[in-house]
Write a protein that binds this ligand. Structure first.
Ligand code: AMP
Ligand code: ZN
Length: 486
């Protein structure tokens, strides 16, 4: 924590020194996925970016409580209270329970996050698990006179709120400007003002997920869950609130309004936004039909792709661009990342075999300082990666006998590469893992053969079924047993 970290704050539109409210504790809330479909590669970019932030803050010694919610109710198709609830709609189309949809895509999301080596958040609360807290917040806002009820729905009164507060504070825009540039939106006949948004929505009888409230059967508006859950787990004021930049103008603007209206405080000191993953310059989005899934990338199973790419290549590709810049997806860019990642990992593998000399041609501490400086400058991962390539050149030169390194510098080299490659960037050597797998499988298959020879069929079946459960299929033939990943 000796480092001075600077972060870009969307709220003030400047880079500021990071000073947590209750250091060493840091509260970080990131808007999570709406679990009505698989997370696409764009969503993954946002969560990889916050994973980098989580990892670096942890490295600096902060004790981070990272809360990332699961949106399982209330997110309508349109940004402004129009259309159907995304999860209910999917449930109807698939003839499944909404909670089956939620379960399926939550599990899928966690699997993908794990494959991409993102660390799990400290708390992963769901909207449906916090209906009471959301109803309480609606009551508080109503009690402050900043919301009104119409026919079983409750709306936030933006213009009234703006009399004493600054509704457009996050994107630095005046209310008049926002009012002029807003089209007429859903539920308008019930709303008093163009910018008003729903806190609680009256449910039609056929709506699948609805809860009783003092305003009748209904469900919470999407923005409300994050206000209610962030204050429940991180308090009325915490350090970082994040999400993709597309959430800034509406979702996060409304979240701030709800929190300020209910308890008088902007919930977060630092609002941080990741920029979009684009395809041919257009935001990757499910609704635009230009999205694809991480799994399609890992298998190469998409016509847009020339070949498959490994999870760590995908992660490296994302981290080679600063989180606040847009990142355009292309086969060329992926191929370049694949080469870069291999170059870095090849050097990393050589590290353990390097021998120290009495003399040194290199001062690793200067590069180590620059690695920290890069990350202290608003988590500048591309500059960090450039420094790591500098260290890779040192590794290769020492390995080839073109350069000497003494024991102190060699130790620092190992420590710096390990810390920044594995702990901060979250990259791991896939080759090593893949090389070891056949040996492990051979060992397990031999154990099973022994069990069979001893007529211990219970154990041999247990091994076969256990492997199948984790995705490995065994095939017995006269020649022996083979395995494949299913
Ligand atoms: P959603 O499930 O649509 O609510 O999105 C989950 C998260 O992914 C949000 O933080 C979005 O801002 C983010 N997101 C959506 N599309 C993209 C994209 N193309 N690039 C980066 N982040 C995105
Ligand atoms: Zn949110």
């Amino acid at each position: 924590m000796k480092q001075n970290l600077f972060v870009y704050n969307t709220l003030t539109r400047t880079k500021e020194e990071f000073k947590p409210l209750n250091a060493p504790h840091v509260g970080m809330y990131v808007c999570g996925p709406t679990v009505y479909s698989d997370a696409h590669l764009g969503n993954c970019r946002t969560y990889i970016s916050f994973d980098l932030i989580f990892r670096y803050l942890t490295l600096l010694g902060y004790k981070v409580r990272y809360v990332r919610n699961i949106t399982d109710a209330g997110h309508l198709e349109g940004d402004a209270d129009e259309g159907e609830d995304k999860i209910s709609k999917k449930a109807k189309l698939s003839q499944l329970e909404p909670m089956e949809i939620v379960q399926k895509y939550t599990v899928g999301f966690r699997d993908v996050m794990k494959i991409l080596n993102t660390l799990p958040p400290s708390i992963e609360p769901t909207a449906t698990g916090h209906i009471i807290e959301q109803i309480e917040m609606v009551k508080e806002i109503l009690a402050k006179g900043l919301a009104y009820e119409v026919n079983g729905s409750v709306y936030f009164d933006v213009e009234k709120y703006n009399q004493a507060q600054d509704y457009g504070i996050l994107n630095g825009r005046h209310l008049e400007d926002l009012l002029t540039n807003t089209r007429t939106l859903g539920g308008q006949d019930e709303k008093r003002g163009k910018l008003d948004f729903a806190l609680w929505i009256k449910a039609k009888p056929e709506h699948l997920m609805q809860w009783p409230s003092q305003w009748g059967m209904g469900f919470p508006g999407w923005h409300l869950e994050c206000s209610a859950m962030s204050s429940k787990y991180l308090g009325h004021q915490f350090d970082i609130h994040g999400g993709g930049i597309d959430l800034m103008p509406t979702h996060h603007t409304n979240e701030i309004a709800q929190n300020v209206a209910s308890c008088g405080k902007n919930p977060a000191t630092y609002w941080m936004h990741t920029n979009m993953l684009t395809v041919n310059g257009t935001k990757m989005s499910k609704s635009l039909g230009n999205s694809f899934l991480p799994d399609e990338l890992f298998t190469g199973n998409n016509s847009i792709l020339n070949k498959p790419y490994s999870p760590m290549t995908v992660r490296f590709f994302m981290l080679q661009t600063h989180y606040r810049s847009t990142l355009d997806f292309s086969n060329d860019a992926m191929e370049a990342s694949e080469k870069g990642f291999r170059r870095l990992m090849n050097a990393y593998e050589l590290l353990d075999g390097l021998k120290a000399s009495a003399d040194t041609d290199v001062d690793v501490s200067a590069v180590q300082t620059r690695c920290y400086e890069a990350m202290n400058d608003d988590f500048n991962s591309p500059v960090l990666i450039a420094e790591l390539f500098e260290l890779s050149r040192v590794v290769n030169s020492v390995h080839d006998g073109k350069m000497q390194i003494d024991a102190t510098n060699l130790e620092l080299l190992k420590q710096t590469m390990h810390t920044f490659i594995e702990d901060v960037l979250g990259l791991k050597d896939e080759k090593a893992a893949n090389d070891e797998l056949p040996k492990v499988m051979e060992f397990i298959i031999n154990l099973r053969s022994e069990a069979k020879t001893n007529k211990d069929y219970a154990t041999s079946d247990k091994i076969r079924i256990g492997l199948q459960d984790i995705g490995f299929q065994l095939k017995d033939s006269k020649e022996g047993t083979t395995w494949n990943k299913v």
